[in-house]
Design a protein around this ligand. Sequence first.
Ligand code: PLP
Length: 417
Amino acid sequence: MTAAVTGRPLPLHVPIHGYGVSDDDVLMVDGVPITEHAKRIGRTPFYLYSRRLISERIAHLRRTLPAGIEIHYAMKANPMPAVVEHIAPLVDGIDVASAGELAVAIRTATPRHHMSFAGPGKRDEELQAALEAGIVVNVESPAELARLLRLGEASGRRPQIAIRVNPDYELKSSGMKMSGGPKQFGIDAEQVPEVLKSLHGADIDFHGFHIFSGSQNLDGKAIAESERKSLDLALRLAGDAPAAPRFINLGGGFGIPYFPGDKPVDLAPVAEALAEAQVAARAAYPGCAIVVELGRYIVGEAGVYVCRVIDRKISRGQVFLVTDGGLHHHLAASGNFGQVLRKNYPVLVGTRVHGDRREVASVVGPLCTPLDLLGDRMEMAVAEPGDLIAVFQSGAYGYTASPTRFLSHPEPAQAFT
Ligand SMILES: *Cc1c(COP(=O)(O)O)cnc(C)c1O
């Protein structure tokens, strides 16, 4: 954690660490003012990801979670090849969600059996790519399993299989529920024994289980509880497996604070549950690894989205900063990526972090829709055209989770420090 040069915390509604402020009040990323980054990148808007903050985050996970817990990077959170290449040697595995992601992942030195491919609706070409790469497929349905076995037989490649389980419980207080009840993800827990029995004697390698219960959870106790339940379920199911599981992937779902009142997740109860899980898994199946797969937690806080103020206008007393960035680049910050009630991301004026004068202003984009809102009536420094606006917590589900074609504006740049 680098303290701001001014010694003051950033004026944001959630605690953000690791960024600095220069003597002349400019936001710094990895010790360099964003005005310098902007010059080097050559245009705005841009996403900027900090190499140092990603490394520090993974080091923090290593210190906090028990030794031996395998950390995987779920690369859909940020699939920029330079970012994936930086993360690969720092983690134990990579989880991909498409053949496009697989093509990036296999350029790293990560061992193939430490890569897995999850996601419903894998096309035949994608299953074939997984077979050829020799990566583990987290099977999401009986029909997908049948296709994988057929393709394996036809191509003489031995399928590397894990079963993704849709558990019979829900993760409490998760931002995005992905399990429990009827779901397109995973095979219902009650169907899994039959599927496992069908694999006895099949020409495959069985790797284990994958149970992912949800995303963006800020409640460490709830995550721990879900890990305990997932482990129990996996151990119960393993009795019918064609071979001893080599891993049990308990998902992840560690959230990051975005909105007023959000607190960073307390990993102490999570670490405790994982330590117990590791002991129990190894007692039942020596050598069985416990895996957690994290996307947002690893990269989310390490990224800022930066755009430039084009116009400053006052409409019936309300200040609008109209920028060259917006919803088309950063759907999540606009509130249109899974939010029910729109809330503001942490936003500030990057070229006047604290500012001599402050005011309440809204930050909007150039699109012809009132949805194009990056900050709704936020307290910030008084900004003028030319100033840079920084949107924090933008390292995950930003660039690739946005409709960049909408209105045919230029795409944002991406840079990695
Ligand atoms: C998206 C996804 C993740 C990563 O979720 P985060 O909230 O970014 O940590 C992990 N596992 C699976 C199966 C996913 O689909």
